[in-house]
Design a protein around this ligand. Structure first.
Ligand code: FAD
Length: 382
């Protein structure tokens, strides 16, 4: 009997178990609405390492917040091509200048999958920007371990659960490893994203050649999406008027089960935590030109040292740590919301995502949003 094996009833798909499994018995399946993990009983030797490594199975107090800053990259292009203020790009450049490697999330060539790649395989630009779809770390933890053992300087940037997974997989601290995560709302279903992407391809009458969830078409604070096709046509929309983006960011219902009860917001393992600095009006006197602002929190002494080292690349303003950690708290969802979420996901499985958005009357309130957006447009100079 395999009583020493994870049953995956609570799983964030952080990647630790399938990276550590000595017999490669754990695999990731993409047939269901969200990636699911399963164990091949013929390969499994019941050693129990998957249970030991799992950060969900072994919750730990991991916060050590040091300082909070508001920041934006001094390179305007980096800000334009990033989700927030381009802090990740600055940290990554610093690592590359030191001869190191960066492992982060990128789209696959056909934009169907979000996977982890390194700067050895693709350009830094492709690792930048939020891809609001559930991602898979693949065997990147094994590659990182090898790089670290060879003395290579490595940056890993992923979701809080993925950084927790990497740290538990590595089992010890490496001086030559920097980790970044972000304030994470959760991960949206790859199945719903793929159905949505196909509908956009039908609209544009060509395969997709780029997906930009943070196109900043109408400024940073008015979330917008731009999808380009191989024939040069483009789909552009406000996030709140786009069914996929709205299901994730507006209704916050298109989320993996585990994300509803995730406790990583209060237990970040990363050296540096990144976020959109939405509270800039309340917490700073900054003149914002709406190109993008990052909230950057050092969560270890090493993280703080790196932030000091990149101050030639990023303009930082120190913030009150307690106030700036406003989104580092676990969210609690009502029973009603959890029930609605489960119904939504089950309905997507049975009837498709776009039909479900209509059935659940989750089509965004476009007119209302336009009024909201236009009412908020102000020209500001940094
Ligand atoms: C799924 C998701 C949910 C988020 N939710 C919030 C939120 O609720 N509030 C908030 O303030 N900020 C949130 N963020 C973070 C925010 O969107 C920015 O990524 C962050 O502010 C860093 O911005 P940047 O300009 O410094 O760098 P960017 O260039 O935007 O940073 C990109 C980094 O994010 C990582 N990344 C992108 N997509 C994924 C993915 N699918 N899986 C794992 N890692 C990924 C990449 O590895 C890359 O290193 C979320 C990000 C993601 C990916």
């Amino acid at each position: 009997m395999m009583n020493n094996v994870l049953d995956f009833t609570k799983c964030s798909n952080c990647g630790a178990c399938y990276n550590i499994c000595p017999t490669s018995a754990i695999s990731v399946n993409s047939e269901e609405m969200f990636y699911s993990l399963s164990v091949d009983s013929e390969k499994c030797v019941n050693c129990g390492v998957c249970k030991e490594v799992c950060p969900v199975n072994n919750p730990q107090q991991k916060q050590n917040l040091v300082n909070a800053y508001m920041g934006y990259n001094r390179d305007e292009n980096a800000v334009k091509n990033s989700s927030s203020g381009g802090a990740f790009a600055a940290i990554a450049e610093y690592v590359l200048e030191k001869g190191g490697k960066v492992f982060a999330a990128a789209f696959s060539d056909d934009f169907r999958i979000v996977e982890f790649k390194s700067t050895e395989e693709i350009s830094l630009e492709k690792l930048m920007r939020s891809k609001y779809v559930e991602s898979c770390v693949g065997n990147s933890f094994q590659k990182i371990k090898k790089e670290l053992a060879d003395g290579q300087f490595v940056l890993f940037c992923g979701a809080p659960c993925q950084v927790a997974g990497l740290k538990r997989f590595l089992k010890k601290d490496y001086e030559n490893l920097i980790t970044c995560d972000f304030s994470c709302e959760g991960m949206a279903s790859h199945k719903t994203y793929n159905e949505y992407l196909e509908s956009i391809e039908r609209k544009l009458k060509a395969p997709v050649s780029d997906v930009n969830f943070r196109a900043k078409l109408y400024g940073w604070s008015r979330h917008s999406i731009k999808i380009s096709a191989e024939n040069g046509k483009e789909y552009k929309n406000f996030a709140m008027a786009d069914p996929y983006f709205y299901s994730f960011i507006g209704a916050a219902i298109n989320l993996r089960d585990y994300c509803l009860e995730c406790n990583f917001p209060e237990n970040h393992y990363a050296d540096i935590i990144l976020a959109d600095f939405w509270a800039y009006k309340r917490l700073s006197k900054v003149q914002n030109d709406d190109t993008g602002l990052s909230l950057v929190i050092s969560n270890s002494q090493k993280g703080e040292e790196i932030l000091q080292e990149i101050s030639d690349k990023v303009t930082f303003t120190k913030l009150d740590l307690e106030k700036a950690s406003y989104n580092m708290k676990n969210k609690s969802n009502s029973d009603d919301f959890i029930k609605k979420h489960d119904e939504f996901i089950n309905n997507c499985e049975a009837n498709g995502f776009l039909n479900t958005m209509k059935q659940f009357k989750l089509q965004s309130k476009t007119k209302l949003m336009f009024r909201y957006y236009l009412g908020n447009i102000k020209s500001k100079v940094r």
